[in-house]
Design a protein around this ligand. Sequence first.
Ligand SMILES: *[C@@H]1O[C@H](CO)[C@@H](O)[C@H](O)[C@H]1NC(C)=O
Ligand SMILES: *[C@@H]1O[C@H](CO)[C@@H](O)[C@H](O)[C@H]1NC(C)=O
Ligand SMILES: *[C@@H]1O[C@H](CO)[C@@H](O)[C@H](O)[C@H]1NC(C)=O
Ligand SMILES: *[C@@H]1O[C@H](CO)[C@@H](O)[C@H](O)[C@H]1NC(C)=O
Length: 475
Amino acid sequence: MVFRRSARRMRWLGCYRLGPIWKALLVFVVIAFAGQLLGVIFNKSWMQPERPQSLYSLPSDNTQGSSLGSCQPHIHIMFLKTHKTASSTVLNLLYRFGEERDLKFALPLGYQFGYPLPFIAQRVKGYKSPHVGEFDIMGNHMRFNKPEVEKVMPPDTFYFSILRDPVALAESSYAYYKNVAPAFRRAKGLGDFADNPYKYYDPRLRNNHYARNLMWFDFGLDHTANFSLALAKRGVAAVRRNFKLILLSEYFDQSMVLLRHALCWPLDAVVSFSLNARQQVPTGRSAWVGKLIAPLALTDKQRVKLREWNALDWHLYQAFNLTFWQEVERFGRSRMETEVALLRTKREVLTRICLRDGGRPIEAGRIRDKTIRPFQSGLVKILGYELQSGLNNATWEACLRMIRPEIQYKDLLDLRQFPRAQQPSFAGGPPLKRESSILRADDHGGKRLVEKDWDGTIMFRNQSLEQADSKVRLR
Ligand SMILES: *[C@@H]1O[C@H](CO)[C@@H](O)[C@H](O)[C@H]1NC(C)=O
Ligand SMILES: *[C@@H]1O[C@H](CO)[C@@H](O)[C@H](O)[C@H]1NC(C)=O
Ligand SMILES: *[C@@H]1O[C@H](CO)[C@@H](O)[C@H](O)[C@H]1NC(C)=O
Ligand SMILES: *[C@@H]1O[C@H](CO)[C@@H](O)[C@H](O)[C@H]1NC(C)=O
């Protein structure tokens, strides 16, 4: 299943003619696929620009999937953006939906809400500011903390999140946070880590939460507690209480269908691209590939060990996998198949309409429009896309939303909500320190980055494999 998918993705990327190293590279990219998709709100109105834009009363022709009945679209939404779970794609859907409808986002001061500290309301830009009324949508990284979220979001908010198989998540987390989490830094590879986690892991060290039960942590639960069935069940119950819907990255398209029905959104709002803009081109190619692929190799036994090591996450994932398929059953299997097929067709159509070269990715430096250049880190080259030329304004804009990187998108929404003239003064307590900042030094090898976390700790050096995942300042 995974292999068929990656093969399809490689074919889609137009890279099937590349040599084995490149294939290995792409397989790695697929493995570490968080944030690889960007979405689109594909409103009918921009295919037929002369038609007046009707936001919610979409015609129920057969391109809209099964009917939503007479439900009212949810516009108060809280998405817990978990790490390494394709959650960036989901955030992009929310950004597009909100931007098109002029909804108000609860945005962080930087790019995340004080993570990994538990969320507090003061982290929200404009919280209690007289210029800002009610917030509609919230979705940047945070460590969930219900009472504080409730201070920000309206009572009728729809809460949802996304989970991923903990072993796949560990692979991704290891690749991204290798130099950030002390437990990973000292291990020779993920397999070595899986064999002897206690040798490397000290729960008291900063950033080691990336190395164990990361989802559990993101949900605000105690990730350092030892596993017991009772504890795991309490965690699952807490998540169930707080969240209406839990999606699974392994079944992303089915998740999108469930989501759009839960939210009463048009199918177009959840159609997203396989915009895998992170083909990674190292400076010292094959050596680098070896260095990154080899440490991720796992034996079956090590996979089992990783499940045991992340037992809380594994329990969480299994419980919500069960729930997920019950929901699909309730929705109707064949109805689901039909709608997933429709969604995939729409994605293909969009690729042809929007992207130059059938969506073949190119190096960021060759993308003429700087606002859609994906963020570059020191070690890897992140590829992006160019839009087709000759698109009319409305189409161009809709296509742009689909490929606008997360960082730029947040900046844009921020500016829209807080035009320079009326930046809010932050109410509700002493001013918080800037959440994080990046010092950027351009050199010929690309951009070298040093990121300091909000308390001044250096988090990232050179290597942030995470394309646009919240931690990076472009200016
Ligand atoms: C969890 O178990 C380990 C190993 O058995 C033990 O060293 C540790 O103290 C336990 N932690 C807690 C919080 O009980
Ligand atoms: C999730 O549920 C599906 C359908 O019941 C099943 O095939 C799959 O093995 C489950 N995955 C896990 C990790 O439990
Ligand atoms: C496209 O948008 C630009 C700026 O928003 C505007 O000046 C121009 O007239 C528009 N073109 C068309 C064909 O609508
Ligand atoms: C960062 O890059 C510099 C120069 O390329 C290199 O000397 C240094 O070891 C790198 N640091 C890390 C943590 O990769």
